[in-house]
Design a binder for this molecule. Structure first.
Ligand SMILES: [Zn+2]
Ligand SMILES: [Zn+2]
Length: 332
């Protein structure tokens, strides 16, 4: 059976096949190769700090000097970024074309000094440092009036867009708000309530797509999943900005990230994946209806022609079939 489902958050349609005709091992995608040593020089390895721009923030074992070894989680500017936080946003036109300068900030969070330790293998304590780093850098970037949206994300593996194998995530401060989550303020305008809170309520009632419910968060495969085994981590407390999460929530989110990344790697045969944090715009006119949440998207298939052409995603695994597979691995 197949269904076309509406994704109200992204304002897109998704074609979903059910009955799990494709098992995790049936996907043709290459596994992520985890090598024990870097093939060439790796600027993210401990001892190579001089090869990166000066660090912005680091969790350290002791009181070592900045840009020396002994760090646990290290944040640096992205050397290859098109963004620089200088001057003001300027828009220009050439005939009918429109462009602006690359005003913004792009940072890299190196999640471990060890080259061969993957994200899902990190100790819970390290995961907590990474979540704390996300929050600190989010709140620091939000201080700059010129930044309107803060995107935290991770690319793991070639099919998710990772160019370096050493485990890292990234954060970009954009000078404009991307339209990806415009469905949230629109739903609030139309219905007078938060769409994410409403989704959470319905998912808890039906209990078909929930992987795990904690004290502060719920992990679920969303109704209109665009990707096979797509999973959201949703805070139960209505919170617009990621930067507002409490210390207790930080700790539980770190645990959810550890459990979910382990479940994805182990039950789906080591695929590439992305995670992204969706949140409300900053330094912009207030619009109610945003509710931050985190998306993990395994990249089992490459976008096909119809997705490029129409924006309609084709997902061969229904979220009702995906959730029990991930839940089994989570609970193991
Ligand atoms: Zn490395
Ligand atoms: Zn809400």
């Amino acid at each position: 059976m197949s269904e076309i489902r509406k994704d109200y958050v992204k304002n897109k349609w998704v074609s979903i096949s059910s009955n799990l005709t494709l098992k995790p091992k049936d996907f043709p995608i290459m596994k992520v190769e985890t090598s024990s040593a870097p093939a060439g020089f790796c600027p993210f390895c401990e001892g190579n700090e001089a090869a990166t721009p000066p660090e912005i923030l680091a969790f350290r074992k002791g009181k070592e000097e900045p840009d020396s070894g002994g760090w646990l989680v290290r944040t640096i500017p992205n050397k290859f970024s098109a963004f620089a936080l200088a001057g003001e946003l300027e828009e220009k036109h050439i005939g009918l074309y429109r462009f602006c300068n690359g005003l913004g900030k792009h940072e890299v969070i190196i999640e471990t000094p060890q080259h061969d330790t993957d994200f899902h293998e990190l100790a819970l304590e390290r995961m907590e440092m990474i979540v704390s780093t996300f929050k600190m850098r989010y709140n620091a970037l939000a201080q700059d009036e010129r930044i309107k949206y803060i995107q935290i994300y991770k690319n793991r593996g070639l099919f998710a867009g990772a160019s370096l194998a050493h485990s890292h995530s990234q954060i970009i401060g954009f000078p404009f708000k991307p339209g990806e989550n415009d469905g949230l303020p629109q739903y609030y305008k139309d219905q007078g309530r938060c769409l994410i809170c409403a989704i959470l309520q319905q998912e808890q009632d039906s209990n078909q797509r929930i992987i795990h419910e904690g004290k502060y968060f719920v992990a679920l495969c969303p109704y209109a999943s665009r990707f096979a085994y797509e999973t959201w981590i949703v805070p139960k407390r209505h919170t617009e900005h990621f930067g507002r999460l409490t210390e207790a929530e930080e700790k539980e989110l770190a645990w959810f990230c550890k459990k979910l990344s382990m479940a994805i790697v182990h039950s789906l045969d080591n695929p590439s994946y992305n995670f992204i944090i969706n949140t409300a715009p900053v330094n912009s006119l207030y619009e109610p209806g945003y509710h931050w949440y985190m998306e993990f998207t395994p990249r089992m298939l490459v976008a096909a022609g119809v997705e490029v052409a129409t924006g309609v995603y084709i997902n061969p695994v229904a979220p009702e079939d995906a959730a029990p597979i991930l839940r089994e691995s989570w609970d193991r």
